[in-house]
Design a binder for this molecule. Structure first.
Ligand SMILES: [Zn+2]
Length: 296
């Protein structure tokens, strides 16, 4: 099975759906980190969730899901990003100890989830929500309900090797929020059918088989699947801007102690090495561009 996102639509029901299945991209994210199983599962769910949500945003751009856990949390930080125009994604998590079990709320205790959309053009958007004890899917359903007024059902699954997501969303019928008059029960009926989906089906069965099993009594229009792949967005330029945001003093201190400043990308493991000349260049680039976002 290849990593992909599959859009579908219930005809005459103002309900849309999206299924994401990930395996290679999830493996790439785990390649440079020996994540404990519970952390890997949460990261996989977050990747599938971000990919499935990305498919619902209208514009091209980058969607990020970032969890900041409390200081004592087993997972103080988790970040996944999906580039909608490229169909690429990456993710990373910081953890302490060896958490073996627990979902979002336990692993990231005391945390919050930020949903950020950076469109290629236009205004950056960010929504922040508290963590639902029932997990990441429930947290995101709450976000769509409260922030977007879009009734949404989300099923997330991850077995440590594969990650999957099913999203169903009720679209405002002709601009309103009332169900379509022709089929007022559609949303509830489709929801009941979707509830019978098992994690194993979502992770292991081909998407068309899953859709047929769940919704063969409905009229479903299925679109072309869209390929997804791991790709890191790091570059020498981005790392240089991180150096600038650290500040001259800190960077020069490292340089004095180590002779070189090494920055390792947490997403892909790439190492960027800066000697004295490179550091001077990186820091002066920022000075030469006042008004850039280097200094916050
Ligand atoms: Zn990278």
């Amino acid at each position: 099975m290849s990593d992909a996102s599959q859009r579908f639509l219930f005809e005459n029901a103002d309900v849309r759906g999206e299924i994401v299945q990930l395996e290679q991209a999830f493996a790439a994210v785990r390649e440079h980190h020996d994540y404990p199983p519970a952390v890997a599962r949460l990261l996989g769910e977050a990747m599938a969730a971000a990919a499935v949500m990305c498919a619902t945003i209208r514009s091209d751009g980058v969607l990020s899901l970032q969890v900041e856990g409390g200081e004592e949390a087993a997972v103080p930080m988790l970040l996944v990003q999906v580039d909608a125009s490229e169909g690429t994604l990456r993710g990373t998590a910081r953890y302490q100890g060896e958490p073996t079990r627990g979902g979002l709320a336990e692993l990231c205790a005391g945390g919050r989830l930020a949903i950020t959309i950076e469109p290629e053009e236009g205004q950056r958007y960010q929504g922040v929500v508290g963590l639902d004890d029932a997990g990441l899917a429930a947290t995101l359903e709450g976000y769509f309900r409260d922030s977007e007024q879009l009734p949404t059902r989300l099923h997330l699954a991850c077995d440590g090797q594969r990650a999957g997501a099913l999203l169903l969303q009720r679209l405002p019928a002709s601009g309103g929020t009332q169900p379509t008059e022709a089929d007022p029960d559609a949303w509830d009926r489709i929801g009941y059918l979707a509830e019978t989906l098992t994690d194993r089906e979502l992770l292991e069965r081909p998407v068309n088989e899953v859709l047929h099993r769940l919704f063969h009594q409905e009229t479903v229009r299925v679109f072309e699947p869209r390929a997804l792949a791991f790709r890191c967005r790091c570059s020498a330029g981005r790392i240089a801007s991180i150096l600038r945001s650290l500040g001259r003093e800190e960077v020069e201190q490292v340089l004095a102690e180590e002779g070189v400043v090494e920055v390792r990308c947490q997403f892909c493991g790439a190492t960027y090495s800066y000697d004295r000349v490179d550091v001077a260049q990186a820091l002066s680039d920022g000075n030469a561009a006042p008004g850039s976002d280097s200094y916050h």
